[in-house]
Design a protein around this ligand. Structure first.
Ligand code: PEP
Length: 255
């Protein structure tokens, strides 16, 4: 039985004060949400404030990126140890905005992934096709490439510590959500890749989140699909009420 994860990616929004006040308001709204893991991913500068505000609660803190080196001459970058020092226990890697804005490659995602695992952080690795790739019928080949290169040279034990987020790029921040059926097709394919790469047990256990314009109105439908194990939420995670409503989707469904 895979425990769902509902994670909010705040991107480049919220100061430390705003992050702390968000987490304080969220705490009572999700205190009894035992059906899923609750995660928020503030920007680097607000990690400590969010982690302090979340102390003693069921809310976990994720960073949005990291460098693979332990330390060094990498101006503007942040290491895994620094993230842990700031209170993060998870890290989002390979988000399409990092791939697009910073030219991040699958090979770099793989370096970051190995470094995160070595440091004891829980990686949430994003994969997903662009609109042009989907329209060209390349969704599967893109996912396969991202999976093979991004997860290269990992052991099954490493893989068992990873959460995957399927985020079709055309659905991120556009209001255009993949239908539950479209998302399920890609999730099932990713699980097949996991089986071929790491074994049936690992494939059955890995949590695969959907990301792309998830809202309180569409989360329950997505969560009825067998291979959808939660959501990575951008825009709708910025308001406490809508994020809490997504976390608490279970009250409106039978899953
Ligand atoms: C995201 O940033 O990972 C995301 C899915 O954003 P949105 O929910 O706004 O589409």
């Amino acid at each position: 039985m895979r425990k769902p994860v509902i994670a909010g990616n705040w991107k480049m929004f919220k100061t430390s004060g705003e992050a702390a006040s968000f987490v304080e308001k969220l705490r009572p709204l999700v205190a009894h949400s035992d059906h899923c893991e609750v995660v928020v991913a503030p920007p680097f500068t607000a990690l400590r404030a969010a982690a302090d505000a979340a102390r003693g609660s069921n809310i976990r803190i994720a960073a949005q990126d990291m460098h693979w080196a332990k330390e060094g001459a990498h101006t503007g970058d942040i290491s895994a140890a620094m993230l842990e020092d700031a209170g993060a226990t998870l890290v989002i890697l390979g988000h399409s905005e990092r791939r697009h804005d910073h030219g991040e490659t699958d090979e770099e995602v793989n370096h970051k992934l190995k470094a995160a695992l070595a440091a004891g952080l829980g990686p949430v690795v994003c994969v997903g096709e662009t609109l042009a790739e989907r329209e060209a019928g390349e969704t599967r080949s893109v996912l396969e490439r991202q999976f093979r290169q991004g997860f290269a040279a990992l052991t099954a034990a490493d893989f068992s510590r990873i959460i995957i987020a399927y985020e079709p790029v055309w659905a991120i921040g556009t209001g255009r959500t993949a239908t539950p059926e479209m998302a399920e097709e890609s999730h099932r394919f990713i699980r097949e890749l996991a089986g071929a790469g790491f074994g049936r047990t690992e494939a059955a256990a890995v949590r695969i989140l959907y990301g792309g314009s998830v809202k309180p109105e569409n989360i329950a439908g997505l969560m009825t699909e067998e291979d959808i194990d939660g959501a990575l939420v951008g825009g709708a995670s910025l308001q406490v009420e809508s994020f809490a409503a997504i976390v608490n989707y279970k009250r409106a469904t039978t899953r």
